[in-house]
Design a protein around this ligand. Structure first.
Ligand code: SF4
Length: 231
């Protein structure tokens, strides 16, 4: 079942967004609103049309306090022309060491799930909501997400995926709705602006709770089938 998301909400200025949408229809001069909830499109690196350029920008970023404690910015990995993007939460210690997302235990489990679902890791694009490791592997704070999600917005704009898989609650809240509950949304296709969105549990959650393995496998079978239909 697909749940169509009617437009985007803005947790700060919903009325302004409605006005902006109306203005864009009337004048055809106003740029599109952002894909991600709450993002201001003018802050999402509109001048960048290439993932590598965007990555270079991020590597020098000091946009929030996370850069003060991490070793390096961990941007993304995979195929920048992919029809599918996997979005995690943020780098952990292994990712911080190696400069690549999903290379620790959770990443190895993601690799196994991808392989079981007949994906090659190199054919998909994998990124995170925040690009720097939060200290002690804590959750990123809302103000850190607010700054860093502009990169994710730009990645989505540049890559133009047809499927976005949200790995975990935080990615789901960043992509779908800040109030979203992963337990309610996982396994359900959402759709916005022609892009299908599937929330599922983060691989790290499976390591903590093996009971999540079965539902995640069911989710990945849906993801696999819809992805294959695109090829
Ligand atoms: S987490 Fe994002 S916004 Fe913060 S410093 Fe790193 S790249 Fe910049």
């Amino acid at each position: 079942m697909i749940i169509e998301q009617q437009g985007l909400f803005d947790e700060e200025e919903p009325q302004k967004q409605v006005e902006n949408t109306t203005a864009s229809i009337v004048s055809e001069m106003v740029q599109d609103i952002a894909f991600l909830p709450g993002v201001k499109i003018e802050e999402a690196y509109l001048d960048f049309h290439d993932v590598q350029m965007l990555k270079n920008k991020a590597l020098g970023c000091k946009g929030c306090r996370l850069r003060e404690t991490c070793k390096q910015v961990v941007f993304s990995t995979g195929n920048v022309n992919s029809k599918i993007i996997f979005v995690g939460e943020g780098p952990g210690s292994d990712e911080d060491e190696q400069g690549l997302p999903f290379v620790g235990r959770a990443g190895q489990l993601l690799n196994q799930i991808l392989t079981a679902a007949e994906f090659k890791r190199e054919e998909v694009y994998i990124t995170n909501v925040v690009k720097c490791r939060p200290p002690g592997n804590r959750l990123p704070n809302p103000d850190e997400v607010k700054v860093c999600r502009n990169y994710l917005e730009a990645e989505i704009r540049i890559i133009q995926p047809q499927i976005i898989v949200c790995l975990g609650a935080m990615a789901t809240q960043a992509v779908v709705d800040p109030r979203a509950k992963i337990s309610q949304l996982r396994g359900k296709w959402l759709q916005r602006n022609g892009i299908k969105i599937m929330p599922t549990y983060h691989p790290a959650a499976l390591l903590r709770n093996p009971n999540y393995k079965r539902p995640v496998w069911e989710d990945f079978k849906l993801i696999r089938d819809d992805y294959r239909a695109l090829l």
